[in-house]
Design a protein around this ligand. Structure first.
Ligand code: ATP
Ligand code: MG
Length: 587
């Protein structure tokens, strides 16, 4: 048995795990496993990042290594501490623990010193051409590029100019530092890539005005990995073409060129590995586009429940467990593709099915009066989840006047309609009595205002008479104790499957029906949500702390899964629809 299990586990290793196991078996980097998750603090984390997070943290967890969090903060024009804080909070919410927190900006001095070393070795030069000119000279993969007229500048002059760039004496955009590699290399990234640029227009969120030159991704990422001792630098496939350059730069100061920049000695090497990025239908996963939606008010914020951000998914009612299960299901490969949003919805539905208490809510209410019910009302005990006594019960108020769904009554119905209609058919009120409709009342426009019925006092669920079967059961909420809830019915953010593949402006592709708001009558058991809302506001104030409060999930019977929204106050209940009950994915 034991052997069989191990073999199965082995067969299901993803290709990165296979690489890690091979490295471990061969004693690469002395059997050390160190990964990092390297977000740029220029936006909120989205579900695509979670795929990388599950990989980076997952590998470290599985192989007794460490995963550090590194903020890749090399572009002050776009970055901010606000993002640093939300990124940390979201990772914690997902349930992962990092070893240490690093910032690429911690290495600005070391990177600058390396750049100076490159210049002194004749491996870098200051180019005074415009970005356009440099781009024009790049050539194509089959045609070599054209050398910059500044390529053979004397070393002394390069040094003098680069230092002037850093002192802030050169205007932004006027000069860059380029690596002198090979303008004919079939890998375009080797055609004298830019190592440093000038940014004087924005202070850096951590280093302020100390630096006027900032390293480019290619000159910062591999080096940061190296300084920290990362062994497996795992990223998405678009970086595969950068990998030779990643290796080239590290070659210049490791192995035979080792100059003491790592405590792990000359033989240590970080290795970059790439997997397919996550794309999901009916949404966008680019921070630039998401920022645009937020800034232009096309969504209510980064945590709008329609957004694919981690905070948006959380507010939508997704659980960390469901998101992580989703990542396990899609897996890691080298093939780019598009994942059906239905699979994500399926995963949260499966999760909530097991845990979310059921409650009644009436979305389009009409009043039902039970004419033969006498007395002030009664309390009915109903199971939170039918058939699961162990998951607890709740109290429902019952009485003479109830709200029912308008659609559950027809004045004239054919014999295929099993719900309420005058003429003798019996219908069970969920978890309580059997009733029969006797008639209705209408307003001047012919709209039904009240339905009349009689009940059978000997038919109560849970008693002997409760076993009597009816063809239909309907939901109800007792009028006097009912609460009004603002219910936000969310749907997919975009109307088309792949908004990024369409011509034109992506904002024109937004789904106009992605949010509908209704006021529903909900059962009084949800009053506890009002009480706890009041408590959390008075105890912790307005979302000032960095901890995530978790909100309760419910299944509103026949309507879907919902979560309590943080907009809820002591007298106003707000519920967000997480997903509908119907699962189209399985079809
Ligand atoms: P954007 O291009 O929208 O700004 P990004 O990819 O540059 O996003 P980073 O903060 O640099 O965002 O990403 C941090 C890590 O998350 C990187 O390792 C990146 O490969 C990974 N990542 C980003 N998007 C996805 C995705 N859709 N699927 C899987 N991993 C992703
Ligand atoms: Mg990036």
């Amino acid at each position: 048995m034991e052997v069989e299990k191990t073999q199965n586990e082995e067969r299901s290793l993803n290709f990165i795990e296979q690489i890690v196991e091979k490295d471990l078996a061969e004693g690469v980097n002395n059997g050390r496993i160190q990964t990092r998750f390297p977000p740029e603090p220029n936006g909120y984390l989205h579900i695509g990042h979670v795929k990388a997070i599950c990989m980076d943290f997952g590998i470290a967890e599985k192989y007794n290594g460490v995963c550090n969090l590194r903020f890749d903060d090399t572009n002050p024009a776009k970055e901010d501490t606000e993002y640093v804080e939300t990124i940390e909070r979201d990772i914690r919410w997902l349930g992962f623990k990092w070893g240490q927190i690093f910032y690429a900006s911690d290495y600005f001095q070391q990177l600058y010193d390396l750049a100076i070393m490159f210049i002194k070795q004749g491996k870098a030069y200051v180019d005074e051409q415009t970005a356009e000119q440099i781009a024009e000279q790049k050539g194509t993969p089959t045609e070599p590029g054209v050398a910059s007229p500044y390529r053979d500048r004397p070393i002394e002059e390069n040094l003098r100019l680069f230092e002037a760039m850093q002192r802030g004496e050169i205007e932004e955009g006027k000069m860059v530092l380029r690596a002198k590699i090979d303008m004919a290399n079939p890998n375009m990234h080797f055609r004298d890539p830019i190592m440093y640029r000038i940014i004087t227009s924005h202070p850096h969120h951590r280093t302020g005005r100390k630096w006027n030159v900032y390293p480019m991704y290619d000159f910062a990422h591999g080096q940061s990995d190296y300084f920290e001792g990362v062994t497996h630098s795992i990223c998405t496939l678009e970086f595969e073409v950068h990998r030779p350059l990643y290796d080239y730069f590290i070659d210049q100061f490791s192995g035979p060129n080792f100059c003491g920049l790592s405590p792990y000695g000359p033989d240590y090497r970080p290795k970059q590995r790439e997997f397919n990025r996550l794309n999901i239908t009916y949404t966008v996963m680019s921070k630039r586009k998401m920022l645009q939606l937020v800034k232009e008010g096309l969504v209510a914020g980064w945590d709008d429940p329609r957004m694919p951000t981690v905070c948006g998914l959380r507010r939508r009612g997704y659980t960390p467990q469901a998101i992580r299960t989703f990542m396990d299901k899609i897996g890691y490969t080298k093939v780019e593709g598009m994942i059906d949003q239905g699979l994500l919805e399926h995963t949260i539905r499966e999760d909530l099915k097991e845990t979310a208490p059921r409650v009644c809510a009436i979305f389009d209410p009409v009043k039902l009066i039970i004419t033969n019910y006498e007395g002030a009302g009664e309390t009915i005990i109903a199971e939170n989840i039918d058939g699961h006594e162990e998951l607890g019960t709740r109290e429902m108020q019952f009485g003479r006047e109830l709200w029912i769904e308008r659609g559950d009554f027809l004045e004239e119905a054919d014999n295929k309609f099993y719900r309420l209609s005058p003429g003798g058919r019996e219908v069970r009120l969920k978890a309580s009595y059997i009733i029969q409709a006797t008639g209705c009342e209408k307003d001047a426009d012919g709209k039904i205002t009240t339905v009349y019925a009689t009940y059978d006092p000997n038919s109560k669920s849970g008693t002997e008479g409760g076993n009597r079967k009816t063809k239909a059961t309907i939901n109800w909420v007792e009028c006097k104790s009912a609460l009004d809830a603002e219910v936000r019915l969310y749907d997919r953010l975009f109307a088309v499957e792949n908004p990024s593949a369409e011509e034109g402006d992506f904002r024109d592709l937004l789904n106009p029906d992605s949010l509908k708001v209704v006021t529903a009558k909900v059962e009084s058991s949800l009053r506890s949500e009002l009480l706890s809302a009041k408590r959390s506001v008075s105890e912790s104030g307005q979302s000032s702390d960095n901890e995530v409060v978790s909100y309760n999930h419910y299944q509103l019977l026949k309507q879907g899964y919902f979560v309590v929204d943080p907009d809820t106050t002591s007298d106003h209940l707000v519920l967000n629809r997480t997903c509908s009950l119907k699962d189209n994915y399985l079809k």
